[in-house]
Design a protein around this ligand. Structure first.
Ligand code: 8GT
Ligand code: MN
Length: 564
């Protein structure tokens, strides 16, 4: 870090209100900001994505004139504000020279063959430079997941790993073969080699009616792969046909079908904040002193999500006992809850050391939780849409469109819900498919995106009683000025909280990799409940998220850098 840092914020492309907020935050933290650009400026903060544009804007001949200074993204500035001081400029903060790949390749160092093996050792920001490849790889992953799920889940994982490596690169690749030798870009992905982000294979998959139907059906709350395949076998190809023909008594499927359009409309951050606020008010009433965190994708900086995950704890360990039923009662009495299911904790200490491969629900956690749907006034979402057009959001960056697209794709692509099927974990037996999947996974603690199928194959869903009041279709028919939103409320004992926080922050791939890393490299077992060190024969406690990383001998990564 320079001895006398002076920061200049290049105003172009930064919304006025956001700029003002940034300047105020910097002032409060005594971060030195120059009003004008001058030769004494050491850091230029910009929304431009290449240094040549910055140089032009400053009236300089070329980006070479900026050689002595750091040209950095807003992310760096946001990191400084968060840290309360200037943080070192990392690779992912840098804005490079070159408007096209050719010149980027001239100035950028070759992609190192020494990319760390595990995603938990790499920065994986939400916005990255290689979407054209990762989009294609994720289609291959999704297809492998849907098509070959009963044979070989590792195939889908190989694509996910490849895209995960690309997301962590600090510059765009022009061809995938540039990093052919890099670990993780394995034989699976090389077969369908993506020279420029497109391949015949990918195009064929996108046009495949079977794939389109699978994406459509697995996006229904409560529907996993096996049921979606049944629907296709019946000749159904639309949601309406499922509504007309599906006789399942599973509460999730019934409500999921009735409110499908609501539940596949991305949840905005304003809605997530609103839900957090509502829950907080009720939590304060029933459990004063409780600590709450908005987790999941929103905590990783996403502007939209498919649900809202809220983790709740209390510094006094046993205060959480019976708090969730009281919270639900309080929410219900205010007509906020549409439907949902309360799961009791199934945690016991042996789970900390137990080999998860033995249990079909080993990849899920054992916290007490509520999985349900609540009502959010339409105006919350609409207000957010409008404010988004005029000013930026406090957590924001300019990735909203990408983010929306990402979520839309996700909605089309998957359903994550049945893994929460409450009864299914009661049985460890009779699930051949799970065993097969586990055999092909790298680690027993890895979380499979196909968990919904694990539960589906246990076929307990249909026996779970409807935990809600009213008939879903009738409720839908008389819906007021609100939208249905999926919410998970998770209750964690304080002693497990920071492990739960890391787990529920995700991403899923981050969890997979950090758990595999713990097992393979550290001889430890990591879960959302804690960390057990087999070398020392004891549990390692953590009283902050940083300590979780410290205990694993990993550098700390902010939630925003866990978007693998
Ligand atoms: P989204 O933005 O589409 O909602 O995506 P997300 O927020 O990243 O994923 P999510 O499905 O909502 O799950 C949030 C995180 O919680 C994931 O990283 C998931 O791995 C983690 N997680 C646990 N335990 C459990 C569990 O028991 N069930 C589920 N569904 N997720 C769990 O750590
Ligand atoms: Mn989520």
């Amino acid at each position: 870090m320079d001895d006398n840092p002076i920061i200049y914020i290049l105003e172009a492309r930064i919304q006025r209100q956001r700029l003002k907020d940034m300047q105020n935050s910097a002032r409060k933290r005594q971060i030195p900001i120059a009003e004008q650009y001058s030769s004494s400026v050491t850091h230029i903060v910009t929304e431009f994505d290449n240094a040549d544009a910055v140089a032009r804007k400053l009236g300089l001949e070329s980006a070479r004139c900026l050689n002595q200074r750091q040209v950095v993204k807003l992310q760096w500035f946001a990191d400084c504000i968060r840290a309360g001081c200037l943080v070192p400029v990392d690779e992912h903060h840098k804005v490079r020279s070159g408007e096209n790949n050719q010149s980027v390749r001239e100035v950028a160092p070759p992609v190192s063959a020494r990319i760390p093996d595990y995603a938990c050792q790499r920065h994986t920001p939400l916005r990255h430079h290689n979407n054209k490849f990762t989009d294609a790889l994720e289609i291959l992953e999704k297809y492998a997941d849907l098509r070959y799920d009963d044979q070989d889940y590792s195939r889908a994982l190989a694509f996910r790993r490849a895209s995960c490596v690309l997301k962590s690169l600090s510059r765009p690749l022009s061809r995938l073969s540039e990093i052919q030798n890099v670990t993780h870009i394995g034989s699976h992905s090389q077969k369908e080699i993506l020279e420029d982000g497109t391949s015949e294979e990918v195009e064929k998959i996108c046009a495949d009616p079977w794939f389109q139907k699978m994406k459509l059906f697995t996006a229904i709350f409560g529907i996993g792969h096996a049921r979606a395949k049944e629907f296709i076998a019946k000749g159904w190809s639309s949601i309406q046909e499922v509504r007309d023909g599906c006789t399942s008594s599973d509460w999730r499927i019934q409500w999921g079908l009735a409110f499908h359009e609501d539940l596949t409309t991305p949840v905005t951050r304003a809605e997530a904040d609103y839900i957090l606020g509502v829950v907080r008010r009720h939590v304060d009433r029933v459990l004063p002193g409780a600590v709450m965190e908005l987790t999941g994708g929103f905590r990783r900086g996403k502007q939209t999500g498919h649900d809202v995950d809220i983790l709740i704890t209390h510094p006094v360990e046993n205060k959480i006992i019976e708090a969730l039923p009281r919270l639900l009662q309080s929410l219900q009495s205010h007509d906020i809850v549409l439907c949902g299911h309360h799961e009791r904790s199934t945690y016991h200490e042996e789970l900390l050391t137990q080999n998860t491969k033995l249990s079909p629900r080993g990849q899920l956690d054992h916290f007490e939780k509520w999985i349900g749907i609540i009502k959010v006034p339409n105006k919350i979402r609409i207000k957010d849409d409008q404010s988004d057009k005029t000013s930026s959001h406090q957590h924001g960056n300019n990735n909203r469109n990408t983010d929306m697209k990402e979520n839309k794709d996700k909605f089309e692509n998957r359903n994550l819900e049945s893994d929460n099927n409450t009864d299914s974990h009661k049985s460890d037996v009779g699930n051949e498919k799970y065993q097969r999947q586990e055999d092909t996974l790298d680690s027993g603690s890895a979380i499979s995106d196909s968990l919904e199928d694990v539960w589906e194959s246990l076929d307990k869903a249909s026996s779970s009683p409807s935990p809600s009041h009213g008939n879903p279709r009738e409720v839908k028919a008389s819906q007021g000025d609100w939208i249905a939103r999926r919410v998970d409320l998770i209750i964690s004992p304080f002693s497990q909280f920071f492990y739960a926080l890391v787990g529920w922050t995700g991403s899923k791939q981050f969890n997979r990799d950090v758990r595999t890393y713990a097992e393979r490299e550290m001889n430890m077992k990591l879960s959302s409940h804690g960390l057990y060190d087999f070398n020392q024969g004891k549990q390692l406690v953590a009283s902050s998220e940083r300590e979780v990383f410290d205990n694993l001998k990993l550098p700390y990564f902010e939630p925003q850098d866990r978007n693998c």
